[in-house]
Ligand binder design. Structure first.
Ligand SMILES: C[S@@+](CC[C@H](N)C(=O)[O-])C[C@H]1O[C@@H](n2cnc3c(N)ncnc32)[C@H](O)[C@@H]1O
Length: 244
């Protein structure tokens, strides 16, 4: 774990807040959320959760749920959020419900079927009024989104049941992470969910880790890590951007 700057309040040690995933925390992601709750008000920190074990497929919805719970503690009605990877629109609808009728959500995807699915899901959920679906890569975020944004979700990988070679890529993912951080207000929260079971997934997850590590060195952010024994297990990070 890295220390904070002298000008920032020191965070409590995170070692007790995170423990190796065990059967109980896998079945109950809320355990993790409760442990993390107190840290979401810190000026800048990185949260990290990973799951391992033989039933990783069961952990995917759990990690998505954890990401939603983190965002839900942070994003309030009237705010602006970005879904960096719209996919089938689940996260877009979730964000749209969080920000309410007065808020805004901008969702990106490079695939036409993903944009169509997201628009359809938003219409079904009756949240289309506050959602803009952009058929473009998230690396173009600065061209489509006005600051400030208050949250951003990156759910990396490929569109389920579609072309598994149309995946997010490390260079564009990192470019978009930089853009999202720039566009965020102080205290903005971004989540990154990386899948490592497909070709290119482990490399991308490593790039995200490297990006986080670089920021830790520069900004002296706090980090707590949980390493998974299973190299294919998905990983979730929550990153709170500091106040300017
Ligand atoms: C795992 S899916 C996202 C799931 C989605 N968040 C949901 O709730 O259904 C990943 C998506 O990222 C998209 N993608 C790939 N490269 C992208 C890029 N450069 N910018 C934006 N989206 C991208 C893929 O087309 C795919 O739909």
């Amino acid at each position: 774990m890295h220390g904070s700057t002298t000008s920032q309040p020191r965070a409590p040690a995170l070692t007790n807040a995170f423990c190796r995933t065990d059967a109980s925390s896998k079945r109950s992601p809320l355990n993790s959320i409760l442990r993390l709750e107190g840290y979401l008000t810190l000026p800048f920190h990185v949260l990290f959760v990973g799951y391992d074990g033989p039933d990783d497929c069961m952990s995917l919805p759990a990690l998505t749920t954890v990401a939603h719970q983190w965002i839900a503690t942070h994003l309030t009605p009237g705010q602006h959020a970005v879904d960096a990877t719209a996919g089938n629109g689940h996260d877009t609808v979730f964000l749209a419900q969080q920000v309410g009728a007065q808020g805004r959500v901008t969702a990106f995807d490079v695939q036409v079927p993903a944009c169509a699915a997201t628009r359809r899901r938003c219409a079904q959920a009756e949240v289309s009024d506050r959602v803009t679906v952009v058929h473009a890569g998230h690396e173009t975020m600065r061209d489509h989104v006005e600051a400030p944004i208050h949250a951003a979700m990156f759910n990396l990988g490929y569109l389920p049941r579609h072309d598994h070679t149309r995946i997010t890529r490390p260079d564009t993912t990192v470019a978009a992470l930089n853009a999202a951080c720039e566009l965020m207000t102080g205290g903005g929260l971004l989540t990154v969910l990386a899948y490592r079971g497909h070709e290119g997934g482990p490399e991308e997850a490593q790039h995200v880790q490297d990006w986080i590590d670089a920021r830790i060195d520069t900004l002296r952010i706090l980090q707590s890590r949980l390493y998974s024994a299973n190299p294919d297990a998905p990983l979730l990070w929550g990153i709170q951007v500091p106040a300017a």
